[in-house]
Every structure is written in C-alpha cells, then in structure tokens.
Design a binder for this molecule. Sequence first.
Ligand SMILES: Nc1ncnc2c1ncn2[C@@H]1O[C@H](COP(=O)(O)OS(=O)(=O)O)[C@@H](OP(=O)(O)O)[C@H]1O
Length: 368
Amino acid sequence: MCHVSSAVSSCSGSRPMGCRKWRGALNSGHLKAQSRLSVFFTMILLFTYVFYCLSGSCDPLPPPAYHGALRAEPPGASGASPAAQLLRSRLPELSSSAAPAGNMSVANSFGSKKFPGAVIIGVKKGGTRALLEFLRVHPDVRAVGAEPHFFDRFYDKGLEWYRSLMPRTLDGQITMEKTPSYFITREAPRRVFAMSRHTKLIVVVRDPVTRAVSDYTQTLSKSPGLPSFQSLAFRNATRGPVDTSWSAVRIGLYARHLENWLRHFPLSRFLFVSGERLVADPAGEMGRVQDFLGLKRVVTDKHFYFNQTKGFPCLKKPEGSSRPRCLGKSKGRAHPRIPPEVLLRLRDFYRPFNLKFYQMTGHDFGWS
Ligand SMILES: Nc1ncnc2c1ncn2[C@@H]1O[C@H](COP(=O)(O)OS(=O)(=O)O)[C@@H](OP(=O)(O)O)[C@H]1O
C-alpha cells in the first residue's frame, strides 16, 4: 500500500515501477483536474456571454425605446424628414419592414430631447390613446408612451425634468405627449404657455354622454361595487338636477374648459379631433392631424383595417411582425346598459354646452 504523500516523496529519488505508476496516475489526475478547471472556466465564460446577450447588451444597435405600433409602409416610401432619411440610410438594418417604429426610436442615442411641439391635452376617454398610437406610425413623430402628467400633477418637478422624459428627436421630427387631464386643469394653459406659446394643442372630443359612460365604465372596472351611473349623475337619488361635481359629467362641459384655454392661446393653436370620426374614418381624421402638425401625409388608409372582433380600427401588421396592432383591452370596453331616459336627460343637459362648443370651434360635431 503506498499513500500518495509517501509515494510522492519516495519517488523523488529512485524510480521503482510502483512509483512510476503512481507518478503517471498523479500526472494524469493533475491533467484531468486542469482540463476540468479549464472546462469549468469556459462554461462560466459561455454562461456570462449568453446572459449578457439575453439582456440585450450585445445587440449591434441600441434596443428600441418605442413600444407602440410598428410602421406599415414599405421602406423608402416613408416621407420622413431628410435628417431621418439620412440616418436611416446610414443604418440600413433599420429600414426593413420588421424594424421597430418608423419614428427612428432605434436611434435613441441620436438627436436631442426637446419640449413637445404638440400636446394631446384631452379629453379623457375621447380616443387620445388611439390618436397618439396612430401618430407614432409617422416617422417624424416621436412621443412619450406613458402620460407624463407634468402640467397637472408634477409641475413642481420643473421643466428640465419634463424635458428629460421626452424621446430624442432629429431636426424635422416633432416631439409629442398626451395627458388628457390637461384639458380640465385650471393651471395647465398658463403653464403650457410658459413652456412655449407656440405649442400646438390637440383635443380629441367625443359625445359627452358616451364619454361619461365610458369614464364610468373605466371606474367600474376598477371598483365593481360602484353605485349606478344614474345615482352618480343626478343629485337626490336621481330625482335632482345633473351633478356637475361628478368628474364624469364635468369633463364633458367642453365649452367651459376651452374658455379657460382661450385665455392663453388663440383658436388657431388648437385642433379638435372628432373621437367618433377617429373610429369611423381614422385615415381621414389622421389627414387633418398631420396637416395641422405640418407633417407629410404618411399615415393613410393603407395603415388601417377594421377589426370585427374588436369593433374598432386597428393598425395593419407589417410583414414579419407578430405584434398586436389593436389597442389593449382597456380601450373599447363594453359599456353597461344605462336606461334610455337617463341618457336623454343627460343629452338635454349637455345640448347648450355642445352648441356653445360648436360655435367656439366653428365645428359641428353632431352630438345634439
Ligand atoms: N382604434 C381604437 N381602438 C380602441 N379604442 C378606440 C379606438 N379609437 C377610439 N377609441 C376609443 O378610445 C376610448 C378611450 O379613450 P382614451 O384613449 O382617450 O382613454 S384615456 O383617457 O386615455 O383613458 C375608448 O373608449 P371605450 O370604448 O369607452 O373603451 C374607445 O371608444
């Protein structure tokens, strides 16, 4: 029996057969350990690399910041600004139809963060998300996905904070955001004006009665025990007058809110988009919006199809993309049934406000 330690010491001098065997065994054991060690380190390196790549860090280009709709038009037919086209031609891999958004979001280290040139200021449940997502198809529009709520909730964070939220834009591209509560916020017009008197203001309006029901539906989805629509809309257990202190009703007094904005901005700075037309004829309404923003009419009827299941227009899917092209489940919800007499009373209530709004905007939205 030869122990390893004694075998090693005794093998240093003479070289008996047994020791040679031991040395061989030890050498091969040492080699095995060495190769195991190198396999182990190779595996560690491999795992680190795979993990690194999975986290997106070894992409050849920065990952897109954009999470909205993809562009549907063929590459090269975009009508993008010269700067955007130049950049795209330098990055040919971005031009494929499977590339992320046409608004150059992939080039998120190019350009600079600017204050929005146009803001969708309202109205809640008017169709503001649909409008923003349709606009984001345009290569010269770059928008914040979430609602920043700067001019109503976070004004004390300062303008630089607000600007830091914006995506980078190149010359010729327009920065946008949407926060529908701005329209009803008393201080918002003054604050937007303080940022820039040239800000373009877009208001998506919808029949105030349907809008109120939509608003109620949203609250109901979060609080299933909510009292009935009519008990909230009218005082004295539905026998009394319309309760304008209920926000779902108050938001629909468009003429009043617009008066507040017109103290700071001329009418020419506004575009009123019909929420109803945005559903019935999205391309037509998008044409008006693009004209107002001074953009080439890139988003056209080619981009839309009517999704029967959803009951709304959706964006066409570009080839090779599996991304959903319709808005999420929180948009286009089924509304609860409201008794017709309740709706009629509300319609009567809104009529004079609607007429005033038509007069102010010079546009009959056809609600009354
Ligand atoms: N294309 C398309 N797809 C889905 N939904 C559409 C679309 N166009 C307009 N709408 C209408 O948008 C309503 C929601 O409005 P907003 O996006 O302004 O809501 S929110 O204020 O941001 O919560 C939403 O209201 P509800 O139908 O009550 O859910 C829709 O009627």
